[in-house]
Design a protein around this ligand. Structure first.
Ligand SMILES: [Zn+2]
Length: 100
C-alpha cells in the first residue's frame, strides 16, 4: 500500500479525492495493517448512526474496538492509501464515476 500523507483530520467523505483508495487501519505498536473500502466504512457508520461522510479519519481509528491480531494491543492508526494493484486506467475510471 502507498500511504497518502495526511494528519488524519480529513473527513471520511474525502476519500473521493483519491479515486480507488482504501482506508488502511494499521497497528501503531507493530505495524500490522488491513485495508478497507472507505465506502463500506461510511455505510457502516451510517447504519450504526454513529457517523458518516463527515467522520474524521482519526475518529474512525479510535472507534476500532478489536485488538491487533499480531500483538494484541489496541492502538490503531487510520490513513488513506493506494492499493498496489490500482492501474492508472482504473484510477481514471473511478475518478470519472465520482465526478458524475
Ligand atoms: Zn499490533
Amino acid at each position: 500500500m502507498r500511504l497518502i500523507p495526511h494528519d488524519g483530520t480529513q473527513a471520511m467523505g474525502e476519500f473521493r479525492r483519491y479515486p480507488g483508495c482504501r482506508l488502511l487501519i494499521a497497528c501503531a505498536a507493530c505495524s500490522w495493517s488491513k485495508a478497507y473500502d472507505p465506502e463500506l466504512i461510511i455505510d457502516r457508520l451510517r447504519a450504526l448512526k454513529s457517523g458518516g461522510h463527515a467522520t474524521r479519519v482519526v475518529d474512525v481509528a479510535k472507534r476500532v474496538q478489536w485488538t491487533c491480531p499480531a500483538c494484541g494491543r489496541l492502538r490503531w492508526r487510520a490513513q488513506f492509501a493506494w492499493p498496489p494493484q490500482l492501474s492508472p486506467r482504473e484510477a481514471k475510471r473511478l475518478a470519472d464515476r465520482y465526478r458524475n
